[in-house]
Design a binder for this molecule. Structure first.
Ligand SMILES: Nc1ncnc2c1ncn2[C@@H]1O[C@H](COP(=O)(O)OP(=O)(O)OP(=O)(O)O)[C@@H](O)[C@H]1O
Length: 304
């Protein structure tokens, strides 16, 4: 059982460290640090021979508010889709830390996923992010802090949104955001939690993923919707999606459902049979392996 300290806020728990929940008395064993942000550290932990993600908050009140939201969302999810597992406190060297346990999501953040699997996944990943946003919006919540780091992409481009710290009930003020993804920062609308807020952040995420927008070199005179659109129009990877990006940046989609429909329409062109339409990136390897299995089966059925 080892811990290293820099300050109370930067405690790092090492592999094998055991945590017992103060109230539920459940025992978790730290495997490794998965990541950290402004609100806490997230570890991979073992519990009952299964792995989970444990978020240890820096601030008890904001972690509790995140737990409250995640519990509300959890109630509306199918049993096999539940994300929240447990929440508790533990004591370390006389200090109480709050934590919660959630499903461990294996994958890469959206940028790393495209870097290692290819830009041809961009449209499918985009569609899957919109699917996740639509589900959340149907529950009357806005994600708020949509950004590359909060989008985990797994096999076949499956998308899971992580970090519920920014999730806000519709109609309130967005409670947590990251400047470059924020509609207010771009002087292009308010910070009211509406569907268009997330769709705007989604458009920024697309600009960053395609390389049309870079976080560096931003100055205040460049802060406008028209600047963003100009960036999109000069980037070849954005070309197909310009009609979508224009509406998303101007906030003219009436709902996320409409935004998703538009994305899908542009993604597939005039349909699968259209030579300009996007192919599903996993289709070719899947087809190749099916043909291989078929050939091997036929070959062996002739031999024996
Ligand atoms: N359920 C999970 N499964 C796998 N990895 C996770 C999970 N939750 C969080 N992580 C990892 O931990 C990192 C930090 O988590 P999180 O974004 O929740 O922290 P945060 O302090 O709220 O961040 P921010 O400063 O962006 O608000 C993530 O970027 C991700 O790499």
């Amino acid at each position: 059982m080892t811990t290293s300290y820099k300050s109370t806020n930067t405690t790092v728990l090492h592999e094998g460290f055991k945590i017992q929940g103060k109230w539920n008395k459940k025992n978790y064993e730290i495997q490794r640090l998965l990541g950290e942000g402004t609100s806490g550290k997230v570890y991979l932990v073992n519990y009952n021979q299964n792995v989970f993600a444990m978020k240890i908050g820096l601030d008890e009140i904001s972690l509790q508010s995140e737990i409250n939201v995640i519990k509300k969302i959890n109630k509306k999810l199918e049993p096999d889709k539940k994300i929240f597992i447990d929440s508790d406190d533990f004591e370390l060297n006389g200090k109480i830390y709050s934590f919660y346990i959630m499903k461990y999501i294996q994958g890469l953040d959206a940028k790393l996923f495209l870097n290692s699997n290819g830009q041809q996944w961009f449209h499918l990943v985009g569609l899957n992010i919109l699917n996740q946003l639509q589900k959340l919006h149907q529950m009357n919540f806005i994600f708020g802090d949509l950004k590359i780091e909060n989008v985990i992409v797994s096999e076949f481009g499956k998308v899971t949104l992580i970090d519920y710290g920014g999730v806000t009930p519709k109609g309130r003020s967005i409670k947590q955001f990251t400047e470059i993804y924020d509609r207010g920062y771009w002087i292009n609308g308010t910070r009211k939690a509406d569907e268009a807020y997330d769709i705007f952040s989604f458009a920024i995420l697309c600009l960053i993923l395609t390389g049309a927008l870079s976080i560096s070199n931003l100055t205040s005179e460049k802060r406008s919707g028209s600047y963003l659109l100009k960036r999109a129009k000069t980037n070849p990877h954005c070309k197909r999606m310009i009609p979508f990006l224009e509406k998303a940046l101007n906030g003219t989609f009436s709902s996320t459902r409409c935004a998703r429909e538009e994305w899908k329409k542009l993604m597939y062109g005039n349909g699968f049979e259209n030579s300009n339409s996007i192919e599903l990136p996993w289709l070719k390897p899947a087809l190749a392996s099916s043909i291989f299995v078929l050939v091997v089966t036929v070959y062996f059925s002739f031999i024996y």
